[in-house]
Design a binder for this molecule. Structure first.
Ligand code: CMC
Length: 427
């Protein structure tokens, strides 16, 4: 590989170093571009821009590869627990038994949320979307832990534990509020996933025991969502954190970015779309046609397409199989699963989708599993956020540790040139 890229502009030649990542992806290092040439680059949607160097997650979209810290997503989903994966992402290595116990116990001891947060929760309207509640309460956490922004001590490890421990509590509270049910407090004799399920589903009027099939399925889903390199919400977390904003504020911004229907919000959109197809008699061809005419209909097939994966999304492959397994183990017969499979088949055989390399993504089948687990549709993106939390934390921590400069893109200004101010009476 060449070790310099030549650029000729305005009759002058410039040389820029190239670099290669550990999995051989290649880049031009244009850090000195503007200083040398006076030019900036324009790359809307950052389709070609490497925003950072990162040692956390490797993704090869052409070959459908996803690895956290070098471990394949297939291996981790089959063999690891979500908290083990969280440790791996955040601290770089799989934990020893001792490290894991220390991490897990610290999280267990921090699940309780300040009662002041509960009062904040009560101020939200009953029909508030849980993502809006989640983003607000996480942002509010910095007010309860001012050491996170006062910089008096190095608190980030404590903040990491607090966030990992309290996010499931807050998430389930947002759901309980929407149901008009009393919230549940965490029970620290339960493990991370059991505790989430208990807080989500237990009612004061009857006993609740965690179904191991549900806990196992949730473990897989959270692992699959745990990181995905420089996606929209992660880039948001890094960008906000690059101003040295505290961890809670940065993660809250990431939650807001995740909510959008083109990102994590797609899992809710998928189920709503499948329901609509079912209600209309199951005509999948009609929806494929609408998506093909996206420019006029404005309709996209939710759960299809990905900025990076152009072959298949390895997470979707695992989730599709898990959906079959989980539904059959739980004895759930959801007609929407058949509609999803029909839609996938129709799209995958259609020239529009083939030529644009549009495949089902992680969100296509995940909602069907969440539904079988009893998780309501407006909580799907919250589940994604719980899964993505360790990835956001790891990326925020890496960004801080490598002392990344504040993120501050340039622009090409296309507005008016200098104009003279006109007083209001003369306009
Ligand atoms: N349905 C119909 N057409 C599509 C779709 C779709 N789901 N996705 C992309 N296209 C078309 C698009 O219209 C464009 O066509 P043309 O070349 O004729 O203009 C072409 O494919 C390329 O699309 P793009 O919008 O330039 O691609 P992108 O990389 O900017 O967008 C995406 C990626 C995920 C935002 C997009 O595929 C999409 O909107 N998908 C539906 C929403 C979705 O499922 N999002 C979840 C993503 S995975 C989980 C996550 O990261 O949150």
């Amino acid at each position: 590989m060449a070790n310099a890229a030549e650029l000729t502009v305005d009759g002058k030649s410039y040389s820029f170093p190239t670099l290669e990542g550990s999995e051989h992806e290649k880049a031009f290092d244009i850090s000195s571009l503007r200083d040398q040439t006076g030019y900036v680059t324009l790359d809307r949607g950052y389709k070609n821009t490497g925003a950072t160097k990162s040692a956390i997650t490797f993704l090869n979209g052409e070959e459908g590869i996803l690895r956290y810290r070098g471990y394949s997503i297939e291996d981790l989903a089959a063999k690891a627990s979500f908290l083990e994966v969280a440790y791996l992402l955040i601290y770089g290595e799989l934990p020893t038994q001792e490290q894991f116990s220390e991490f897990e116990n610290a999280i267990r001891r921090h699940t309780l949320v300040n009662e002041g947060m509960r009062k904040m929760l009560e101020g939200f309207p009953i029909n508030a979307h849980p993502m809006s509640v989640l983003a607000s309460l996480v942002s509010g956490m910095s007010a309860f832990y001012p050491d996170s922004y006062e910089g008096t001590t190095d608190t980030s490890d404590r903040d990491i534990i607090r966030l990992m421990a309290k996010l499931p509590t807050i998430a389930t509270w947002s759901y309980k509020r929407s149901q008009g049910h009393p919230i549940n407090y965490p029970q620290n004799n339960l493990d991370y996933i059991q505790n989430f399920l208990h807080m989500m589903f237990a009612l004061p009027v009857e006993d609740y025991t965690v179904d191991p099939v549900i806990a196992e399925a949730l473990n897989i889903l959270l692992i699959l969502h745990a990181d995905h390199e420089q996606n929209c919400s992660t880039s948001t977390v890094r960008l906000v954190g690059s101003s040295q904003a505290n961890l809670y504020s940065s993660i809250s911004a990431g939650i807001s970015a995740l909510w959008g229907p083109l990102h994590g919000g797609a899992n809710q959109e998928v189920i709503e779309m499948l329901e609509e197809i079912k209600a209309g008699g199951g005509d999948v061809a009609k929806y494929v046609d609408m998506a093909k005419n996206a420019k006029t209909t404005g309709f996209r097939l939710f759960g299809f397409g990905h900025r990076v994966y152009k072959n298949f999304d390895p997470r979707a492959k695992i989730i599709k199989k898990a959906a079959d397994d989980v539904l059959s183990k739980l004895g759930v017969n959801d007609p929407v699963l058949e509609i999803a499979k029909g839609l996938e088949e129709a799209a995958l055989n259609d020239e529009y989708f083939i030529s644009r390399k549009l495949y089902p993504n992680v969100d296509f089948y995940s909602g069907i599993i969440y539904r079988a687990l009893g998780i309501p549709t407006n909580m799907f993106t919250v589940m994604f956020a719980i899964g993505r939390l360790p990835g956001w934390i790891a990326q925020w921590k890496e960004m801080r540790e490598t002392k990344e400069p504040i993120g501050r893109p340039r622009q090409i200004y296309v507005g008016s040139e200098l104009r003279e101010f006109v007083p209001m009476e003369n306009r």
